[in-house]
Ligand binder design. Sequence first.
Ligand code: TXA
Ligand code: MG
Length: 353
Amino acid sequence: MSRAKIIRMPDGKPDIAALEEAGRILKNGGLVAFPTETVYGLGGNALDPEASKKIYAAKGRPSDNPLIVHIADTDALPPLVKSIPEKAKLLARKCWPGPLTMIFEKSGIVPMETTGGLETVAVRLPDNEIARELIRRAGGYVAAPSANTSGRPSPTCAKHVEEDLADTIDMILDGGDTDIGLESTIVDFTSEVPMILRPGFYNLELLSGILGEVRTDPGVFSENPDVRPKAPGMRYRHYAPKAELFVVEGAVPDVCRTIRALAEQQIREGKKVGVICTEETFPEYGEGLVRCIGSRQDEETIAQHLYATLRDFDKEGVDCIYTEAFYTPQMGTAIMNRLLKAAGQKRIQAEES
Ligand code: TXA
Ligand code: MG
């Protein structure tokens, strides 16, 4: 295949002629990457089994890992599903368009290729004008996993998509940097009590405030390999940085001192070391490749830069990375879920002074 055509809409404003072309590509079974408010998606026609197969092939993704069907209007939901629980209707009213994916029993129009062989379907209505205008022009149903090669961090800008997929897809719509930087919260409505299968911008507290009782899938945070997450994609070690990654936990001053000591020791042994820190703690570090991810006062900046920072360290070819832990108020659960997965659950408890 020739290289993907890249169309820039950096201010996030839809270019209608380009979106018409992109919509035609999707209707004809092709693949188009597009921005959403969470991460970039790799889109194909969700109702076309051949398009879904192409998505798996382009990403190098196992075909039992289901895709999320993206819609542009809530009216598009009923045809995809057997029924919609009242609580799901309520959540859709409150959180759509937005960084929320809901799981339902699927209807007959959704091919098994799209759901990875499951009888359930994941649906999301993204809060991004380019995405919604594209979905409308593509016939209303766009299957889209994150637009990265399987095993790399999700893309938060078009450049990341280009690095991974330029030679395997038809078009990339560049809508600038994504707002949130972490994938959507997934809530399963096929169980008795709504269950969070993947934490994201919406956390347990916010969802319980709207729905009443909500549970988190025990597999999400379990370090026991026998407790398997319900979302197939949460079972893999997703993204493993080329370097060994360690998450250092504890009170912030203890964390800084511990990372400093570990980094110095590794450097003495001739290793190339990376450190992930925040604006507040940056002055505490001297040696190694020190990257500031954002501010502890503004957790959105930490989420926004997480994947780009990990990609950056892959390019720099460091041997090991130490990161501070970020248990921030709203997105801390999601940030730590992604970081610990990237670290293969390797944590270090900082010693108290
Ligand atoms: O923010 C997002 O959700 C982004 C943007 C592009 O919308 N998409 C995304 O897709 O993160 P992906 O494919 O990278 O992650 C989808 C996750 C996987 O862990 C998958 O296993 C799970 O959703 N999933 C999809 N359908 C499911 C189903 N029917 N039952 C359980 N888990 C499902
Ligand atoms: Mg993904």
